[in-house]
Design a protein around this ligand. Structure first.
Ligand code: PLP
Length: 396
């Protein structure tokens, strides 16, 4: 019998994760070893085109020299200091972020994730308005913490807490009349994803978003745009609201914000600022120097490499080429796209993986989600098109 020390090490992380971590994730059938550009490379040398970007995080793809240099230089200089001290790199990240946001956005509060950004945005709305009722949109997703999950559609099956922190109601998506009727002077805020990501990259109409904006303004409620998935260039604008000329009171950001370094941000108008002073909001890691350096590098790269134009060009190419095989139509904006399929999206996702193309599913069983890096190239879409064409349409 072998002693413990002599046991041959098991290098496959799948059984080891299964034995040591909570079993809350379904996992894909490959193990990335490294990644470069838009490709994930596995230990056995397989190269998989990543059109899912780690849940919309890998805005610059993998190993982008500007991002890796920024992270490495910052971590060798100063890896961490909290908000108890001012930092040049944090000030620069705030300046850059406000510089690319809608004009009305004048202040930033840095946090660590999308849920934390929404949690604070909702708290801010309750404080500013002194009201306790929030409206969200059916099919929306806003995160897993107490307040963010309370405004997430259909979260009851996993919510877990005994109570919700405030009253919540859901406006049926695209129902302008319902929006006008439901938004009254008792509402603290309406929270909306301009393009509903988890729902299947469903792009809400300019008319619906405008109805939310005008009704909230009329009744002194705040409009929170959750751009955790749709923001940071993904929709061909720095923020998707800019495509519609909508000025929210608060924008939340995370995911692509740090290109892979965990971070989040809440952007808000100057009107909100006087309601908050020392001790009213806080977080240890938010605005840390490495995250701030990553935010600067992501924004600089989107601007220098003209990635917003690239996103729009690649979106046009996908719309032009990819209604083939199982795909019946395409919804969404920029590189947050939903390919509506003639069969369960999970079947298409699994079949595409056989062709070394990774896509995502969504809450809509027939919608396959594309959340590709903003550095996606034309040849990658040709590869996707060929793979889709090899899956014959189903006649029914
Ligand atoms: C629109 C939106 N908001 C919030 C979140 C939650 O972000 P995080 O997982 O960073 O907490 C997500 C995550 O998918 C999201 O898509």
């Amino acid at each position: 019998m072998m002693s413990k020390a002599e046991t041959v090490p098991n290098t496959d992380p799948r059984p080891r994760e299964a034995a040591t971590t909570l079993p809350v994730y379904g996992q894909l059938p490959f193990v990335p070893e490294r990644a470069a550009g838009c490709d994930i490379i596995t230990a056995d040398g397989r190269r998989i085109l990543d059109l899912y970007g780690g849940h919309a995080v890998a805005a610059l793809g993998y190993g982008h020299p500007r991002l890796t240099r920024a992270i490495s230089e910052q971590s060798s200089k100063l890896v961490f200091q909290s908000n108890a001290v001012a930092l040049d790199i944090r000030a620069r990240a705030a300046e850059k972020l406000l510089g690319v946001a809608p004009d009305e956005m004048r202040r930033v509060f840095f946090v660590n994730s999308g849920a934390e950004a929404n949690e604070n945005a909702l708290r801010m709305a309750c404080v500013v308005t002194n009201r306790n009722k929030i409206l969200a949109i059916t099919q929306g997703f806003h995160g897993r913490t107490a307040a963010a999950a309370a405004v997430t559609w259909n979260s009851d099956k996993w919510y877990g807490f005994p109570y919700k922190p405030f009253h919540v109601d859901f406006i049926p998506r695209e129902d302008c009349q319902a929006a006008i009727e439901m938004i009254g002077s008792d509402i603290a805020a309406v929270i909306v994803e301009p393009v509903q990501g988890v729902a299947g990259a469903y792009d809400l109409s300019a008319e619906f978003l405008a109805a939310l904006r005008s009704s909230t303004r009329r009744h002194g409620a705040l409009l929170i745009a959750d751009e955790v998935q749709s923001g940071m260039g993904r929709c061909g604008h720095f923020f998707a609201v800019q495509a519609h000329g909508i000025d929210p009171d608060i924008i939340t950001s995370a995911k692509a914000l740090g290109g892979g370094i965990p971070c989040g941000a809440i952007l808000c108008t100057e009107d909100i600022t006087p309601h908050f002073g020392p001790g009213d909001l806080g977080t240890t890691f938010g605005g840390g120097p490495v995250a701030a350096a990553a935010i600067c590098a992501v924004i600089d790269t989107i601007e220098t490499d003209d990635l917003l134009a690239n996103v729009r060009a690649r979106e046009a190419q996908i719309r032009d080429q990819c209604v083939v095989g199982p795909v019946q139509k395409i919804q969404g904006m920029g590189l947050l796209l939903g390919l509506v399929c003639d069969r369960p999206a999970v079947e298409v996702r699994n079949a595409l993986l056989q062709y070394d193309v990774l896509t995502g599913t969504s809450a809509d069983p027939h919608v396959l989600r594309i959340l590709a890096p903003l550095v996606l190239e034309a040849m990658h879409i040709d590869h996707l098109t060929n793979a889709l064409e090899s899956l014959a349409p189903r006649s029914n």
